[in-house]
Design a protein around this ligand. Structure first.
Ligand code: TK8
Length: 354
């Protein structure tokens, strides 16, 4: 995939250089095939490529705001040759469904947590290991690394173009039954998890009764008391109004969810290479903005939630008890994920903490 992209970049560069030269009107080159190629490309440049993106959260989320920022960037850079429509609140389907639509070429773009990517590419499981990233800095170091790029490249094996990692954030436990202060308190709670084996195993280990389901079904499941609780970032709990149906939240921060920005490979093949470059570069250029607003929103959400539910903020030592309790997950999934991959991620984490 990487090779493919670099070839495209080279292609764009040589085209730009060539069309620059052709202004000088050298008679000798007029009839060469490259001149003809260049002029074909010139005649197609005003074609507008309209695309849609499907996400799970609503339009108050930083996921949506990042996409608005991204939309503006790509529409400006392409002088209107790219047009992006943003569909929120699972309007185009849940995480699994939007990825399948990308594979079929019936949808152009999606952004999902990394956990639902696992059935497509197993290596993404590495991010589901509990307490993998002790800080935002360590998450950034891993998600900006070569290891992360290689994971994104693997998506091309299943008809997806992995463009970048954005941030969903550290996940925290909410429920409607009781205040959770220790791992003991989790026992017997019916917790909705993402559809991912590590999340399921983690909550089983804590003695909860985990119930995997798609994000789009979660709010009504909480409302109808099909589940007692769930876990998601602070911002989600606030902007998606979970406090209306949940009374308790604890800062477990047990796992960090990256967002994976993806395009349909089928659609991608039809795009002029300069537009591909704009799309890819802009996912990277939106990253800093995304991290900034996401982290601000997490802090603001904690403050706002204090008026709406019982917010339990445990000390680092108290959270350590949860970490100890779920440590066996590393051993349980080490062969499945691959020791090398886990170690290369952990090495970057250790470096980032120095
Ligand atoms: C939203 C999901 C969501 C995830 C979940 O589309 O399912 O709880 O956190 O982000 O990707």
């Amino acid at each position: 995939m990487k090779k493919f992209i670099s070839l495209l970049v080279v292609g764009v560069l040589s085209f730009t250089l060539f069309s620059g030269c052709s202004n000088k009107g050298t008679e000798e080159t007029k009839n060469t095939s490259s001149t003809q190629e260049a002029s074909t490309e010139e005649t197609t440049t005003d074609e507008v490529f309209e695309m849609s993106v499907g996400i799970g959260y609503n339009d108050k989320s930083t996921e949506y705001k990042t996409l608005e920022y991204y939309k503006k960037m790509i529409e400006e850079k392409s002088n209107g040759r790219l047009k992006l429509n943003i569909y929120h609140s699972s309007a185009l389907g849940n995480d699994k469904e939007v990825m399948e639509s990308l594979q079929m070429g019936t949808l152009e773009m999606c952004v999902t947590s990394s956990a639902p990517v696992v059935p497509f590419i197993n290596d993404f499981k590495v991010f589901d290991l509990p307490f993998l990233f002790p800080s935002y800095e360590s998450a950034d170091a891993v998600l900006d690394s070569e290891v992360a790029k290689e994971l994104l490249d693997k998506l091309s094996d299943v008809g997806l173009i992995g463009a970048a990692f954005w941030e969903n954030g550290y996940r925290n436990l909410t429920n409607s039954k009781k205040e959770v202060k220790t791992p003991e308190d989790v026992k017997g709670l019916k917790i909705r998890t993402m559809e991912n084996p590590i999340h399921l195993a983690t909550w089983e280990l804590l003695g909860a009764n985990p119930t995997p389901m798609a994000y789009g079904e979660l709010f009504s499941a909480m409302q109808q008391k099909v589940v007692d609780g769930q876990e998601n970032p602070w911002e989600t709990i606030y902007t998606q109004n979970f406090y209306e149906v949940q009374d308790y939240v604890t800062n477990t921060g047990h796992v960090y969810s990256p967002f994976v920005v993806m395009f349909s490979a089928k659609w991608w093949e039809k795009l002029p290479s300069d537009l591909q470059t704009i799309l890819l570069e802009s996912t990277e250029e939106s990253k800093e903005y995304n991290r900034k607003i996401c982290r601000e929103a997490a802090d603001e959400s904690i403050a706002a939630l204090k008026d709406k539910m019982t917010v339990t903020l445990l000390s680092t030592e108290e959270i350590g008890e949860f970490q100890k309790a779920v440590q066996p997950i590393y051993e349980q999934f080490s062969d499945d994920i691959g020791k090398d991959l886990i170690e290369s991620v952990q090495k970057i984490v250790t470096e980032s903490l120095k």
